[in-house]
Design a protein. Structure first.
Length: 148
């Protein structure tokens, strides 16, 4: 699993000009699922996401987690995070999980993260417009296959 985390002061996802999910303060999470992912990836990523100290404390230092600041998360599926672009001009998404595998893992991640913070979502597979205000800006990439 690969996730782009953005610390936001607000974020929303729209489908056909209607708000599908929105949060005020917390994390915007773009989530990509690949064929090799499983429940272990879900649990690690949800725990790591909720524990990362990327929110400012009273002194302006990044010492607080999304849980500590009573934040929320907006999770949007993003298969393009697993694009391969070494050859040619068109990216390949061959490593991205197929829908029948990706939806249960996406839902499992949302449920697991929901144990820590309130979670809003987009609609899996829909054409969505995402709007956010990146606070900082703070943006991190987490990958369960490359735990740096």
């Amino acid at each position: 699993m690969r996730a782009i985390l953005q610390r936001v002061s607000r974020a929303e996802v729209r489908i056909d000009d209607r708000v599908d999910g929105s949060i005020d303060h917390g994390l915007m999470i773009l989530l990509g699922i690949e064929q090799e992912d499983g429940q272990e990836d879900v649990e690690w990523l949800a725990r790591k996401t909720s524990e990362l100290r990327i929110f400012s404390d009273a002194e302006g230092l990044m010492n607080l987690s999304v849980v500590d600041v009573d934040g929320a998360a907006l999770v949007v599926s993003q298969f393009t995070l697993h694009a391969k672009y070494k050859k040619g001009k068109r990216p390949s998404f061959i490593k991205a999980a197929r829908t029948e595998q990706a939806i249960p893992l996406y839902e499992a991640f949302v449920a697991e993260l929901g144990k820590y913070v309130p979670v809003e979502t987009g609609t899996f597979g829909a054409n969505m417009q995402v709007e956010l205000v990146n606070d900082g800006p703070v943006t991190l990439v987490l990958d369960t296959k490359n735990k740096e």
